[in-house]
Design a protein around this ligand. Structure first.
Ligand code: GAR
Length: 175
């Protein structure tokens, strides 16, 4: 069975969807978070997935080394960035095949505030993208995309939640 490691920073509903998918022919060998207080850690523990916390350091290169060494020890075939709010080093993305789920139709609205940026731009639809991670910020080759309409009265929270409903199915299918 193929081995995958999940990276996540916060709530972890995407990570939970991956962990829960009974059809998944991939073993989730660990979940790594950059935040000790992330709810996703509790979700992983409750599902019997081993967890690692690697908090950002004042010296960014120390953190880069730490996460690379940690993932290297886990020997994954795939790394899944599912709500991970950090940029991975060039060394990391050259070493491990890594996919990311992003809450916008890339190349539109890259970065950490994709939902807010789509609303501010006044577009009628946005969506979600699964892509390979390269050395840029949300610039890697696109694997799958699904559109999500922006409804009158949407705010960042309501729109993000509708996008995440789609993202959960898409990331599972992509893995
Ligand atoms: C998801 O919408 C994911 O695309 C986004 O964080 C959310 C995580 O939700 N990631 C990014 O914006 C990365 N640039 P979750 O914590 O409920 O899984």
């Amino acid at each position: 069975m193929k081995r995958a490691v999940i990276l996540a920073s916060g709530n972890g509903s995407l990570a939970q969807a991956i962990i829960d998918d009974a059809q998944l022919s991939t073993q989730i060998v660990a979940l790594i978070s950059d935040r000790a207080d992330a709810l996703v850690l509790e979700r992983a523990r409750l599902s019997g997935i081993s967890t690692h916390v690697i908090e950002m350091k004042s010296n960014r290169q120390v953190w880069d080394r730490e996460i690379l060494d940690c993932v290297n020890n886990l020997k994954p075939d795939l790394v899944i960035s599912a709500g991970f709010m950090r940029i991975l080093s060039p060394d990391f993305v050259r070493t491990f095949p890594t996919i990311n789920s992003h809450p916008a139709l890339l190349p539109l609205f890259p970065g950490a505030h994709a939902v807010r940026d789509a609303l501010a731009a006044g577009v009628r639809e946005t969506g979600t993208t699964i892509h390979w991670v390269d050395e840029g910020v949300d610039t890697g080759k696109i694997i799958r995309q699904v559109k999500v309409s922006i409804l009158p009265g949407d705010n960042e929270a309501s729109l993000h939640e509708r996008i995440k409903e789609v993202e959960r199915g898409l990331i599972v299918a992509a893995v």
